[in-house]
Ligand binder design. Structure first.
Ligand SMILES: *Cc1c(COP(=O)(O)O)cnc(C)c1O
Length: 380
């Protein structure tokens, strides 16, 4: 095994990844290698990452509870701030079944194998996130991949005789790389028709989309657009993106919550989050709920940028295709020269040939910054 060779091959294919050090807080303008750049590639959609109220909440919790949780949640690591956070999430989403995980990655790789319990089968959108792909692998059950956002293809796969139970359909609600929405109503109707559970990854939708930022499934519920029982829907959300903190949660029927707590290995066998992190997350949820103007500013910026680029987009994630690893990394460098930071996304994060700049808009961008980015993109 020649590790050096592997890295050289990555280099030759323009696939070698390198860390960039950000030497400032995560505000609209960041300091990167000594340069001031307007950041258009963070998932800090509501502009809360550097909010002093989060810092203060973390500081107060640290004063009172110290720093580390010291053990896994089920041993002695579940502290008052974790409990308060779970209740805050439950209040925000109107659910009694909430379980905190250490990250979205942990949540997916823990919850999904637990739900299918080696006996079921999985139906997964081809564009689902790497953490879902890994969760499918860990599940050790048959996985049928359906074409991106294609309920007809999903139905073809579901129509086959069901020899395994439960059947679990998995989709993101707002897709992380294309910024498009899953056809949740159609998928939910199929879940009902074929007696399947529905697992929705709302990592990018919570805080940004749906009624009061409660995600795209909530929109379906409010429109009373389908009759799938709530007990059949499991939702995952992260605290690392719009809520600008760290950690994640799964919302489900309380029986499922209890099952996950007892069986999900990535819940059981890892140290609980530091209590101060949980306190900052609860503060972020509170601010997101009482300052709807943040979502309004976010969507105003989305509308402005998509209009300037002559696009349509229903999300703060705006892909700008630049096929070719060398081309997309050149585009990233050109934008840095122009004062903007937008990461090029290459395989395997996206399929080969679909390399792109993944532009993300935030509530903290000014109109001038958005206009200037559109101008810079046009000259690429
Ligand atoms: C970011 C992301 C995750 C992982 O969440 P973290 O809290 O960052 O680990 C899971 N699913 C999707 C779709 C994501 O974009």
């Amino acid at each position: 095994m020649n590790f050096d060779e592997i890295l050289k091959n990555l280099e030759a294919a323009h696939l070698r990844r390198r860390l960039q050090v950000v030497d400032s807080a995560q505000t609209a303008v960041i300091s990167l290698n000594g340069r001031q750049l307007v950041n258009f590639c963070s998932n800090n959609y509501l502009g809360l990452a550097a909010d002093p109220r989060l810092v203060e909440a973390a500081g107060e919790a640290a004063e009172r509870y110290g720093w580390g949780a010291g053990a896994a949640a089920l041993i002695s690591g579940h502290m008052s701030p974790h409990e308060t956070l779970q209740k805050t999430i439950g209040g925000f989403f109107g659910s009694d079944g909430v379980l905190l995980f250490n990250s979205g990655y942990h949540a997916n790789i823990g919850a999904i194998p637990t739900l299918v319990d080696r006996e079921g089968e999985i139906f997964s959108d081809v564009a689902n996130h790497a953490s879902i792909i890994d969760a499918c692998r860990l599940s050790k059950v048959p996985v049928s991949i359906y074409r991106h956002c294609d309920p007809n293809h999903l139905e073809e796969l579901l129509k086959r005789p069901a020899t395994r139970r439960p059947r679990l359909i998995i989709t993101e609600s707002l897709f992380s790389m294309d910024g498009d929405h899953a056809p949740l109503i159609e998928i939910a109707n199929l879940a009902e028709k074929y007696d399947a559970l529905l697992y929705i990854d709302e990592a990018h939708a919570f805080g940004t989309c749906g009624p009061d930022g409660r995600g795209l499934w909530e929109e379906v519920i409010q429109r009373k657009a389908m009759s799938l029982s709530a007990a059949h829907v499991i939702r995952m959300g992260t605290l690392g993106k719009a809520f600008a903190s760290f950690g994640a949660f799964v919302i489900s029927d309380p029986v499922i919550t209890e099952l996950l707590m007892n069986r999900a290995r990535s819940y059981i066998f890892t140290t609980a989050l530091p209590p101060a992190v949980a306190a900052a997350s609860a503060k972020a949820l509170e601010i997101a709920a009482k300052e709807p103007e943040r979502r309004e500013r976010l969507w105003r910026n989305v509308t402005l940028l998509t209009r300037l680029l002559d696009r349509e987009s229903a999300s703060p994630i705006i892909p700008f295709l630049c096929p070719g690893n060398d081309r997309v990394m050149q585009a990233t460098n050109d934008l840095i020269e122009a004062g903007f930071y937008v990461q090029g996304i290459r395989a395997p994060s996206v399929p080969e040939g679909q390399e792109r700049l993944r532009i993300t808009v935030s509530a903290h961008h000014t109109e001038e910054q958005v206009r200037a980015l559109a101008d810079a993109l046009k000259t690429l």
